[in-house]
Design a protein around this ligand. Structure first.
Ligand code: KG4
Ligand code: ZN
Length: 330
């Protein structure tokens, strides 16, 4: 197929490769989870990088096989340049450079957060700008104003923890396994979300977020209840905690829609896989776009989707491409 893009994403602990057709539809989207970090209660950067070294090549091969293509059919390679774990990113960047050098094709460097936004552009259900996009992941939480397919402007961001980090740390306090978000959502489904009144940081002005307070409130609630009662109330604690985080996210998204005058909203990032958040966003009253769950958590299809609207690096820049660990390149 002409114009197919191969994308590689290795910013954290998932080794991902995908092939997107020129029209933005997914031909394959492979995610190889490393399944080793749970025993440490979080991602260990050095271990993540080493696992990418063994997993990325077979993951790319599987992505090509599933797309029924060989490398000869690939016209461009897209790779996540940052932000993320530097060692993990460099493994992906190295693989991408090797392929483009061997094949003489173009390299597209993609910002991970632009990738989360671009999950909303994937066919057969692309969402057209302008829209306000809530990105909530393990490392970032922000509101983006999206006026075109290749960039966004920042409307607000978290002043401390990311929403996914709050889910992960809360889950840990409740004795749940890593990654905490999905485990906490599952436990919360059996609890009463009105049992505890956790703070939603509504006092933070404008469109910024803060999740440090809700995290501390959970810590104190567990301490005040005592070990046995906290265990008995685990599901109620999880449900109330999740509700506070979701409330905070939906509150800022609603404010952003009002302030921007844009009546179109989208979401992205791992936390956008959360059922209650998806439900609340779908009830906002605006025109909304909610990507499939596997396009919200880290994946390479979103990186290929972003690349469709970005230029290739020059040949010299491609070979010199470096990764960046933090901040966004805009
Ligand atoms: O975007 P992502 O896959 O990786 C980063 O770029 O960080 O986001 C991962 C984050 C983790 O904190 C994880 O706990 C959270 O997304 N997450 C969820 C759910 N699924 C993943 N949080 C709440 N509910 C979920 N269902
Ligand atoms: Zn992500």
């Amino acid at each position: 197929m002409s114009g197919a893009i191969l994308a590689i994403e290795s910013s954290c602990d998932d080794s991902c490769a995908a092939v997107l057709a020129a029209d933005g539809s997914i031909l394959s989207n492979i995610i190889s989870s490393q399944g080793i970090h749970d025993r440490y209660g979080g991602v260990v950067p050095e271990i993540a990088a080493r696992h990418h070294l063994t997993l990325l090549t077979p993951t790319i091969e599987t992505a090509l096989d599933q797309a029924n293509l060989t490398l000869e059919a690939i016209k461009r390679v897209a790779v996540t340049q940052g932000p993320g774990l530097i060692g993990a990113l460099l493994v992906g960047v190295g693989h991408a450079k090797a392929i483009v050098a061997a094949r003489g094709i173009g390299l597209v460097a993609v910002d991970h957060l632009q990738g989360h936004v671009a999950a909303n552009f994937i066919s057969p259900d692309p969402f057209e700008p302008p829209f306000v996009c809530l990105i909530a992941s393990g490392g970032h939480t922000l509101l983006a104003r999206v006026d075109d397919h290749s960039s966004y402007s920042l409307l607000g961001e978290t002043l401390d923890d990311a929403a996914g980090e709050a889910f992960d740390k809360g889950a840990r306090m409740l004795g749940l396994p890593f990654p905490g978000g999905p485990a906490l959502e599952k436990l919360a489904a059996t609890g009463d979300s009105s049992a505890f009144d956790f703070p939603t940081a509504r006092n933070v002005k404008g469109l910024d977020f803060s999740f440090a307070g809700v995290k501390t409130a959970l810590l104190y609630a567990i301490r005040d209840l005592g070990e046995d009662e906290a265990k008995r109330q685990r599901a109620n604690l999880a449900a109330s905690y999740q509700q506070a985080i979701v409330d905070a996210l939906v509150d800022r998204l609603t404010r952003a829609l009002e302030l921007s005058g844009i009546d179109r909203a989208a979401i992205g990032g791992g936390v956008a896989a959360n059922g209650p958040l998806r439900e609340r966003v779908s009830e906002l009253g605006a025109t909304t776009h909610i990507p499939a769950r596997n396009l919200c958590t880290d994946n390479a299809a979103m990186i290929a989707s972003a690349a469709r609207f970005l230029p290739d690096c020059s040949a010299a820049a491609a070979l010199a491409l470096d990764a960046y660990p933090s901040g966004a390149r805009r």
